[in-house]
Write a protein that binds this ligand. Structure first.
Ligand code: G3P
Ligand code: CA
Length: 348
Protein backbone atom coordinates (compact mmCIF):
# COMPACT_ATOMS: atom_id res chain seq x y z
CA UNK A 1 0.00 0.00 0.00
CA UNK A 2 2.82 2.37 -0.91
CA UNK A 3 0.51 4.75 -2.73
CA UNK A 4 -1.68 5.09 0.38
CA UNK A 5 1.28 6.06 2.46
CA UNK A 6 2.33 8.64 -0.15
CA UNK A 7 -1.20 10.04 -0.24
CA UNK A 8 -1.48 10.27 3.54
CA UNK A 9 1.94 11.87 3.78
CA UNK A 10 0.98 14.41 1.11
CA UNK A 11 -2.26 15.25 2.96
CA UNK A 12 -0.43 15.57 6.28
CA UNK A 13 2.17 17.83 4.65
CA UNK A 14 -0.54 20.00 3.11
CA UNK A 15 -2.38 20.32 6.43
CA UNK A 16 0.86 21.17 8.20
CA UNK A 17 1.71 23.77 5.55
CA UNK A 18 -1.70 25.40 5.98
CA UNK A 19 -1.30 25.48 9.76
CA UNK A 20 2.15 27.03 9.44
CA UNK A 21 0.84 29.66 7.00
CA UNK A 22 -1.99 30.46 9.42
CA UNK A 23 0.27 30.84 12.41
CA UNK A 24 2.98 32.80 10.60
CA UNK A 25 0.40 35.05 8.94
CA UNK A 26 -1.26 35.84 12.23
CA UNK A 27 2.04 36.54 13.93
CA UNK A 28 3.34 38.74 11.15
CA UNK A 29 0.25 40.68 10.20
CA UNK A 30 -1.37 41.13 13.64
CA UNK A 31 -5.00 41.43 12.47
CA UNK A 32 -5.94 43.26 15.66
CA UNK A 33 -4.02 46.36 14.54
CA UNK A 34 -5.96 46.43 11.26
CA UNK A 35 -9.17 45.96 13.20
CA UNK A 36 -8.34 48.98 15.37
CA UNK A 37 -7.51 51.12 12.34
CA UNK A 38 -10.71 50.43 10.44
CA UNK A 39 -12.88 50.58 13.54
CA UNK A 40 -11.66 54.13 14.18
CA UNK A 41 -12.69 55.06 10.64
CA UNK A 42 -16.01 53.20 10.74
CA UNK A 43 -15.05 50.82 7.90
CA UNK A 44 -16.47 47.28 8.21
CA UNK A 45 -13.97 44.40 8.27
CA UNK A 46 -13.42 42.48 6.14
CA UNK A 47 -14.97 44.99 3.76
CA UNK A 48 -16.49 43.47 0.64
CA UNK A 49 -16.11 46.12 -2.05
CA UNK A 50 -18.09 45.39 -5.19
CA UNK A 51 -15.54 46.27 -7.85
CA UNK A 52 -17.37 48.07 -10.67
CA UNK A 53 -20.53 46.68 -9.04
CA UNK A 54 -21.32 42.97 -9.18
CA UNK A 55 -19.32 42.94 -12.38
CA UNK A 56 -19.03 39.18 -12.77
CA UNK A 57 -22.81 38.97 -13.00
CA UNK A 58 -23.63 42.13 -14.96
CA UNK A 59 -21.94 44.69 -17.21
CA UNK A 60 -19.48 46.70 -15.12
CA UNK A 61 -20.50 50.07 -13.67
CA UNK A 62 -24.08 49.80 -14.97
CA UNK A 63 -27.37 49.94 -13.10
CA UNK A 64 -27.90 46.16 -12.73
CA UNK A 65 -24.30 45.69 -11.57
CA UNK A 66 -24.78 48.20 -8.74
CA UNK A 67 -28.32 47.11 -7.91
CA UNK A 68 -27.18 43.50 -7.65
CA UNK A 69 -24.15 44.41 -5.50
CA UNK A 70 -26.41 46.38 -3.20
CA UNK A 71 -28.96 43.59 -2.87
CA UNK A 72 -26.26 40.98 -2.32
CA UNK A 73 -25.17 42.99 0.69
CA UNK A 74 -21.79 44.33 -0.45
CA UNK A 75 -20.38 46.94 1.91
CA UNK A 76 -19.33 49.33 -0.85
CA UNK A 77 -20.11 50.02 -4.51
CA UNK A 78 -16.82 50.72 -6.24
CA UNK A 79 -16.57 52.84 -9.37
CA UNK A 80 -14.25 55.05 -11.40
CA UNK A 81 -15.21 58.65 -11.85
CA UNK A 82 -14.51 60.59 -15.05
CA UNK A 83 -15.99 63.71 -16.66
CA UNK A 84 -17.65 64.37 -19.98
CA UNK A 85 -16.85 67.27 -22.30
CA UNK A 86 -19.83 69.18 -20.86
CA UNK A 87 -18.83 68.58 -17.25
CA UNK A 88 -20.98 65.61 -16.19
CA UNK A 89 -19.39 63.21 -13.69
CA UNK A 90 -19.87 59.67 -14.96
CA UNK A 91 -18.76 56.16 -13.99
CA UNK A 92 -16.41 54.47 -16.45
CA UNK A 93 -13.24 52.48 -15.99
CA UNK A 94 -11.45 52.74 -19.32
CA UNK A 95 -10.06 55.89 -20.91
CA UNK A 96 -12.18 55.25 -23.99
CA UNK A 97 -15.47 53.58 -24.83
CA UNK A 98 -14.31 50.84 -27.19
CA UNK A 99 -14.35 47.85 -24.84
CA UNK A 100 -17.63 48.42 -23.03
CA UNK A 101 -19.90 50.14 -25.53
CA UNK A 102 -20.92 50.12 -29.20
CA UNK A 103 -19.11 53.40 -29.85
CA UNK A 104 -17.66 51.96 -33.06
CA UNK A 105 -21.17 51.66 -34.52
CA UNK A 106 -22.62 54.89 -33.20
CA UNK A 107 -19.60 57.17 -33.59
CA UNK A 108 -17.28 55.50 -36.13
CA UNK A 109 -13.75 56.82 -35.94
CA UNK A 110 -14.09 57.93 -32.31
CA UNK A 111 -13.52 54.51 -30.74
CA UNK A 112 -10.25 55.48 -29.11
CA UNK A 113 -11.20 59.03 -28.20
CA UNK A 114 -11.10 59.67 -24.48
CA UNK A 115 -14.28 60.22 -22.51
CA UNK A 116 -13.68 63.95 -22.05
CA UNK A 117 -14.27 64.44 -25.78
CA UNK A 118 -17.88 63.19 -25.57
CA UNK A 119 -20.89 65.08 -24.24
CA UNK A 120 -23.26 63.31 -21.89
CA UNK A 121 -25.98 63.46 -24.56
CA UNK A 122 -23.63 61.54 -26.87
CA UNK A 123 -22.92 58.95 -24.20
CA UNK A 124 -26.64 58.39 -23.77
CA UNK A 125 -26.80 57.08 -27.33
CA UNK A 126 -24.48 54.19 -26.46
CA UNK A 127 -25.25 50.63 -25.39
CA UNK A 128 -23.05 49.72 -22.42
CA UNK A 129 -24.55 46.27 -21.86
CA UNK A 130 -24.48 44.17 -25.04
CA UNK A 131 -20.70 43.64 -24.99
CA UNK A 132 -21.17 41.69 -21.74
CA UNK A 133 -23.73 39.37 -23.33
CA UNK A 134 -21.42 38.66 -26.24
CA UNK A 135 -18.45 38.03 -23.98
CA UNK A 136 -20.29 36.02 -21.31
CA UNK A 137 -23.09 34.07 -23.02
CA UNK A 138 -23.63 31.93 -19.92
CA UNK A 139 -24.41 35.06 -17.86
CA UNK A 140 -26.11 37.05 -20.63
CA UNK A 141 -29.53 38.67 -20.09
CA UNK A 142 -31.75 40.30 -22.65
CA UNK A 143 -32.34 43.12 -20.17
CA UNK A 144 -28.66 44.11 -20.31
CA UNK A 145 -29.03 45.22 -23.92
CA UNK A 146 -29.05 49.00 -24.23
CA UNK A 147 -27.88 49.78 -20.70
CA UNK A 148 -26.66 53.34 -20.26
CA UNK A 149 -23.54 54.86 -18.74
CA UNK A 150 -24.34 56.15 -15.24
CA UNK A 151 -23.81 59.54 -13.67
CA UNK A 152 -22.53 59.95 -10.12
CA UNK A 153 -26.08 60.90 -9.10
CA UNK A 154 -27.49 57.64 -10.47
CA UNK A 155 -25.15 55.60 -8.29
CA UNK A 156 -25.91 57.73 -5.24
CA UNK A 157 -29.59 57.09 -5.83
CA UNK A 158 -28.95 53.32 -6.05
CA UNK A 159 -26.91 53.36 -2.84
CA UNK A 160 -29.62 55.27 -1.02
CA UNK A 161 -32.52 52.99 -1.94
CA UNK A 162 -33.17 49.26 -1.62
CA UNK A 163 -32.99 46.87 1.28
CA UNK A 164 -29.37 47.61 2.19
CA UNK A 165 -27.42 50.87 2.37
CA UNK A 166 -23.98 50.27 0.87
CA UNK A 167 -21.32 52.92 0.93
CA UNK A 168 -19.62 54.20 -2.20
CA UNK A 169 -15.92 53.84 -2.91
CA UNK A 170 -14.91 56.30 -5.61
CA UNK A 171 -11.73 56.21 -7.66
CA UNK A 172 -10.53 59.38 -9.32
CA UNK A 173 -9.36 57.90 -12.60
CA UNK A 174 -6.82 59.64 -14.87
CA UNK A 175 -7.41 62.66 -12.64
CA UNK A 176 -4.77 64.77 -14.37
CA UNK A 177 -7.00 64.76 -17.46
CA UNK A 178 -9.83 66.38 -15.52
CA UNK A 179 -8.57 69.53 -13.80
CA UNK A 180 -10.65 70.41 -10.73
CA UNK A 181 -12.49 67.09 -10.70
CA UNK A 182 -11.82 66.57 -6.99
CA UNK A 183 -13.55 69.83 -6.06
CA UNK A 184 -16.44 69.11 -8.38
CA UNK A 185 -16.79 65.63 -6.90
CA UNK A 186 -16.74 66.83 -3.30
CA UNK A 187 -19.26 69.57 -4.09
CA UNK A 188 -21.57 67.11 -5.84
CA UNK A 189 -21.36 64.66 -2.94
CA UNK A 190 -22.00 67.47 -0.46
CA UNK A 191 -25.06 68.56 -2.43
CA UNK A 192 -26.45 65.05 -1.98
CA UNK A 193 -25.66 64.95 1.74
CA UNK A 194 -22.82 62.47 1.36
CA UNK A 195 -20.19 64.62 3.02
CA UNK A 196 -21.94 64.97 6.34
CA UNK A 197 -21.02 62.44 8.96
CA UNK A 198 -21.36 58.70 8.79
CA UNK A 199 -24.13 56.35 7.77
CA UNK A 200 -26.10 53.92 9.87
CA UNK A 201 -24.28 52.40 12.84
CA UNK A 202 -21.48 54.95 12.46
CA UNK A 203 -20.26 53.35 9.23
CA UNK A 204 -18.01 55.26 6.85
CA UNK A 205 -20.22 55.38 3.79
CA UNK A 206 -17.76 57.15 1.53
CA UNK A 207 -14.13 56.33 0.71
CA UNK A 208 -11.91 57.89 -1.94
CA UNK A 209 -9.23 55.93 -3.80
CA UNK A 210 -6.72 56.71 -6.51
CA UNK A 211 -3.47 55.55 -8.06
CA UNK A 212 -2.52 59.22 -8.11
CA UNK A 213 -1.14 60.63 -4.85
CA UNK A 214 -1.69 64.19 -6.11
CA UNK A 215 -5.39 63.56 -6.55
CA UNK A 216 -5.64 62.11 -3.05
CA UNK A 217 -3.73 65.09 -1.66
CA UNK A 218 -6.34 67.40 -3.20
CA UNK A 219 -9.14 65.29 -1.76
CA UNK A 220 -7.45 65.38 1.63
CA UNK A 221 -7.50 69.15 1.54
CA UNK A 222 -11.10 69.35 0.36
CA UNK A 223 -12.56 66.57 2.52
CA UNK A 224 -10.15 65.73 5.33
CA UNK A 225 -12.64 63.53 7.17
CA UNK A 226 -13.29 61.12 4.31
CA UNK A 227 -11.00 58.05 4.37
CA UNK A 228 -8.67 57.85 1.38
CA UNK A 229 -6.78 54.90 -0.01
CA UNK A 230 -3.72 54.95 -2.25
CA UNK A 231 -3.96 52.21 -4.87
CA UNK A 232 -0.64 50.74 -5.87
CA UNK A 233 0.52 48.73 -8.84
CA UNK A 234 3.74 47.07 -9.90
CA UNK A 235 5.02 50.16 -11.70
CA UNK A 236 4.73 52.16 -8.48
CA UNK A 237 6.34 49.50 -6.32
CA UNK A 238 9.19 49.08 -8.78
CA UNK A 239 9.74 52.82 -8.95
CA UNK A 240 9.33 53.90 -5.33
CA UNK A 241 9.98 50.68 -3.42
CA UNK A 242 7.75 49.45 -0.64
CA UNK A 243 9.04 51.94 1.94
CA UNK A 244 8.56 54.82 -0.48
CA UNK A 245 5.02 53.66 -1.21
CA UNK A 246 4.17 53.46 2.49
CA UNK A 247 5.47 56.98 2.97
CA UNK A 248 3.37 58.30 0.09
CA UNK A 249 0.28 56.48 1.34
CA UNK A 250 0.60 57.88 4.85
CA UNK A 251 1.08 61.39 3.48
CA UNK A 252 -2.11 61.38 1.44
CA UNK A 253 -4.38 58.79 2.94
CA UNK A 254 -5.33 56.35 5.59
CA UNK A 255 -5.23 53.18 3.55
CA UNK A 256 -3.31 51.30 0.89
CA UNK A 257 -4.72 49.22 -1.97
CA UNK A 258 -2.33 46.33 -2.49
CA UNK A 259 -2.70 43.99 -5.44
CA UNK A 260 -3.57 40.34 -5.18
CA UNK A 261 -2.11 37.08 -6.28
CA UNK A 262 -4.13 36.66 -9.43
CA UNK A 263 -3.14 40.07 -10.72
CA UNK A 264 0.48 39.62 -9.79
CA UNK A 265 0.54 36.31 -11.65
CA UNK A 266 -1.81 37.60 -14.32
CA UNK A 267 -1.87 36.59 -17.98
CA UNK A 268 1.22 38.59 -18.84
CA UNK A 269 3.34 37.10 -16.12
CA UNK A 270 6.58 35.40 -17.06
CA UNK A 271 9.58 34.18 -15.09
CA UNK A 272 11.69 36.93 -16.66
CA UNK A 273 9.37 39.52 -15.13
CA UNK A 274 9.41 37.88 -11.70
CA UNK A 275 11.78 40.38 -10.06
CA UNK A 276 9.38 43.25 -10.79
CA UNK A 277 6.18 41.29 -10.11
CA UNK A 278 5.90 41.81 -6.38
CA UNK A 279 2.88 40.23 -4.73
CA UNK A 280 1.76 42.80 -2.25
CA UNK A 281 -0.85 40.93 -0.23
CA UNK A 282 1.64 38.81 1.70
CA UNK A 283 1.10 39.19 5.44
CA UNK A 284 4.45 40.89 5.99
CA UNK A 285 3.43 43.75 3.67
CA UNK A 286 0.04 43.98 5.35
CA UNK A 287 1.74 44.00 8.76
CA UNK A 288 4.08 46.82 7.63
CA UNK A 289 1.12 48.83 6.39
CA UNK A 290 -0.77 48.37 9.65
CA UNK A 291 2.27 49.40 11.64
CA UNK A 292 2.46 52.53 9.47
CA UNK A 293 -1.17 53.22 10.45
CA UNK A 294 -2.66 52.23 7.09
CA UNK A 295 -5.62 49.94 6.56
CA UNK A 296 -5.31 47.48 3.66
CA UNK A 297 -7.86 46.75 0.93
CA UNK A 298 -6.53 44.35 -1.69
CA UNK A 299 -7.55 44.38 -5.36
CA UNK A 300 -8.95 42.53 -7.28
CA UNK A 301 -9.67 39.27 -5.47
CA UNK A 302 -12.02 36.87 -7.25
CA UNK A 303 -11.09 33.32 -6.20
CA UNK A 304 -12.21 31.79 -2.89
CA UNK A 305 -8.72 30.55 -2.03
CA UNK A 306 -7.38 34.04 -2.58
CA UNK A 307 -10.18 35.61 -0.54
CA UNK A 308 -9.24 33.27 2.26
CA UNK A 309 -5.48 33.89 1.88
CA UNK A 310 -5.87 37.63 1.88
CA UNK A 311 -8.04 37.50 4.97
CA UNK A 312 -5.72 35.17 6.85
CA UNK A 313 -2.88 37.45 5.81
CA UNK A 314 -4.55 40.26 7.77
CA UNK A 315 -5.97 42.50 5.04
CA UNK A 316 -8.99 44.56 6.04
CA UNK A 317 -11.07 44.05 2.91
CA UNK A 318 -11.11 43.20 -0.75
CA UNK A 319 -12.14 44.74 -4.02
CA UNK A 320 -13.88 41.95 -5.88
CA UNK A 321 -15.80 41.46 -9.11
CA UNK A 322 -17.47 38.53 -7.34
CA UNK A 323 -19.30 40.09 -4.42
CA UNK A 324 -21.67 37.09 -4.37
CA UNK A 325 -18.74 34.73 -3.89
CA UNK A 326 -16.90 36.89 -1.38
CA UNK A 327 -19.98 37.28 0.80
CA UNK A 328 -20.53 33.52 0.73
CA UNK A 329 -16.85 32.87 1.47
CA UNK A 330 -17.03 35.19 4.48
CA UNK A 331 -20.30 33.62 5.65
CA UNK A 332 -22.40 36.67 4.85
CA UNK A 333 -24.65 35.48 2.02
CA UNK A 334 -28.23 36.68 2.32
CA UNK A 335 -29.93 33.40 1.39
CA UNK A 336 -31.90 34.70 -1.55
CA UNK A 337 -31.01 32.99 -4.78
CA UNK A 338 -29.75 34.97 -7.75
CA UNK A 339 -32.83 34.20 -9.82
CA UNK A 340 -35.08 35.79 -7.24
CA UNK A 341 -32.69 38.74 -6.81
CA UNK A 342 -32.70 39.43 -10.55
CA UNK A 343 -36.49 39.37 -10.53
CA UNK A 344 -36.66 41.68 -7.56
CA UNK A 345 -34.39 44.30 -9.12
CA UNK A 346 -36.14 44.07 -12.47
CA UNK A 347 -33.54 42.37 -14.67
CA UNK A 348 -35.18 38.98 -15.28
O1 G3P B 1 -10.18 50.36 -7.87
C1 G3P B 1 -9.67 49.21 -7.32
C2 G3P B 1 -8.67 48.56 -8.19
O2 G3P B 1 -9.23 47.45 -8.75
C3 G3P B 1 -8.08 49.46 -9.20
O3 G3P B 1 -8.06 48.91 -10.45
O4 G3P B 1 -8.10 49.39 -12.77
O5 G3P B 1 -9.97 48.17 -11.75
O6 G3P B 1 -9.72 50.57 -11.34
P1 G3P B 1 -9.03 49.29 -11.62
CA1 CA C 1 -11.33 51.29 -9.81
Amino acid sequence: MGWLRVLLTAIAAAVLAVIIVLIVSRLISDPSSGRTLVRALGIPRPAVIAHRGASYLAPEETRPAFLMARELGADYLEFDIQRTKDGVLIALHDDDLSRTTNVAEVFPGREKDTIDTFTFAELQQLDAGSWFNRQNPERARGSFKGLGILRLEDIIEIAESGTTRPGIYIETKAAQRFPGIERQLVEALAAHGWMSGRGSQGRARLIFQSFEPDSLARLKELAPDVPRLLLIDEVMTSKDGWKGILKKATEVGAGIGTYGYRWAFGPHWSLRDAPTRHIMTWPWYTGDAHRAGLFVHAWTIDDPWEMWMVRVGGADGIFTNRAELALATYGRERHEDLHSLWNRIGYQ
